[in-house]
Write a protein that binds this ligand. Structure first.
Ligand SMILES: Cc1cc2nc3c(=O)[nH]c(=O)nc-3n(C[C@H](O)[C@H](O)[C@H](O)COP(=O)(O)OP(=O)(O)OC[C@H]3O[C@@H](n4cnc5c(N)ncnc54)[C@H](O)[C@@H]3O)c2cc1C
Length: 381
């Protein structure tokens, strides 16, 4: 097992970090807790795509950057350290682009992929529903065949990016136990997306999507009719690794701020960083970060080498999301009362970290996946 960054990866991360600090953070800092306007989201996405963030997974021959998952994860972690909302928008777009690259017909690919890998188009993926989250198989949105078309009706919830997205991939029920993935184009298909106000990551829209008898051509089916759920399940390993990478960036930002504050703030005649219990908090935070990074990089490295990593991705996701929440909470503790004010960024890091124990398998669901791997007994049944 060797997933220490190569010289090339380290250089790419360092030059991206300098770019994000200089060209992205000043813009995203002004947006803070407001949803990114659509034009801003497109413009920023176009900029980070020059480094392979948001278009990194699509192979070069299809216009993407063809990055391996470990390199891509390191870049996402770097972006999330300074602009986690943009990292979220880019991550979901990367996923939509890869789905289209892998499953769309040549015509659909030619129509959408160039825009998705250049930042002209933003993508999203609508799976969850108001009554269906962890148990995807129970989803209710229906797609009924009507000649060469399908008619889609239902309600999707928690669709990241939907209000700024140009295309939405929707998983719908096409039979008793059959699910199919469709591509919807905002310009062509009449659906509604509404932003849901939430705790953190407020620049990154989380949305409700209403589908009211939306007519979609069979040409827009992604993959094979009836096999959509299988495709979605395959993508969860990857998305768990990348939620971990986003959480790592947020945790690193909280740690950096806490360390800087501890060096500066004086109590009892010396910087609080010199008090043993503050050092203990910093030591716990550094350990959480290191352990989470090792788990996340291991899972990304396994994916990069084309291996399955169900157990490792579940471990990385569950541990990292919870550990980065602890790190952000400890960062507030180190700041004392200032930590819970809007004057310092740590309250925002905490709210941002709080968002990530839920998507792509809650901590509990990831524990059940690990339990199944350990015991060979599925607790889902
Ligand atoms: C920031 C964010 C981004 C998201 N982005 C998207 C997106 O782009 N597209 C999309 O489709 N969805 C998205 N989601 C939705 C996300 O995938 C779901 O919220 C998640 O799958 C959990 O579903 P739920 O919220 O309905 O909770 P539920 O499934 O109702 O779970 C509620 C609670 O019950 C627990 N629970 C459920 N089943 C079990 C069990 N068998 N045993 C023990 N405990 C259990 C859960 O762990 C949780 O604590 C996003 C959510 C967030 C927060």
């Amino acid at each position: 097992m060797d997933f220490s960054p190569t010289e090339e990866q380290a250089l790419a991360v360092e030059s991206f970090r300098r770019f994000v600090e200089r060209d992205i953070k000043p813009v995203t800092d002004t947006l803070r807790d407001a949803p990114y306007p659509k034009e801003t989201a497109h413009a920023l996405l176009g900029k980070v795509m020059e480094f392979g963030v948001g278009n990194g997974w699509v192979p070069v021959e299809d216009g993407g950057c063809g990055l391996d998952f470990l390199s891509s994860g390191m870049l996402f972690e770097t972006l999330a350290r300074f602009a986690p909302d943009l990292a979220g928008i880019a991550w979901v777009t990367d996923g939509a682009a890869l789905k289209i690259q892998q499953t769309a017909s040549p015509e659909v690919k030619a129509r959408y992929l160039p825009g998705l890998v250049s930042g002209d188009l933003i993508g999203c993926s609508a799976i969850s529903e108001p009554d269906v989250g962890s148990s995807v198989r129970e989803l209710r949105t229906r797609a009924v065949r009507d000649g060469r078309y399908f008619r889609l009706t239902g309600e999707k919830m928690w669709t990241s990016n939907a209000t700024v997205a140009d295309i939405v991939t929707v998983l719908a029920r096409t039979g008793e136990d059959d699910f199919t993935m469709f591509l919807l184009d905002r310009k062509e298909h009449d659906f509604e997306a509404r932003e849901i106000p939430k705790l953190g990551l407020n620049g990154w829209p989380l949305c409700q999507v209403i589908l009211n008898d939306v007519v979609v051509s069979e040409a827009n089916v992604l993959g094979t009719v009836g096999r959509g759920l299988k495709e979605v399940m395959k993508g969860f390993e990857r998305s768990r690794c990348f939620v971990s990478a986003l959480a790592l960036g947020i945790g690193q930002a909280a740690f950096d701020d806490a360390r800087a504050y501890a060096m500066e703030r004086r109590q009892f005649g010396k910087p609080i960083a010199g008090h043993q219990l503050i050092q203990s908090l910093l030591a716990q935070m550094a350990t959480d970060l290191d352990a989470a990074r090792l788990l996340t990089y291991r899972a990304l490295w396994l994916m990069s080498s084309g291996r399955r990593c169900e157990m490792e991705a579940a471990m990385a996701k569950a541990f990292t999301a919870e550990a980065m929440l602890r790190v952000a909470s400890n960062a507030i503790q180190i700041h004392g009362a200032f930590g819970v004010t809007k004057e310092f960024p740590v309250e925002r890091h905490f709210r941002n970290a709080r968002m990530l124990t839920i998507p792509d398998g809650t901590t509990q669901i990831n524990h059940l996946i690990m339990g199944k791997n350990i015991t060979n007994i599925s607790a889902f049944a």
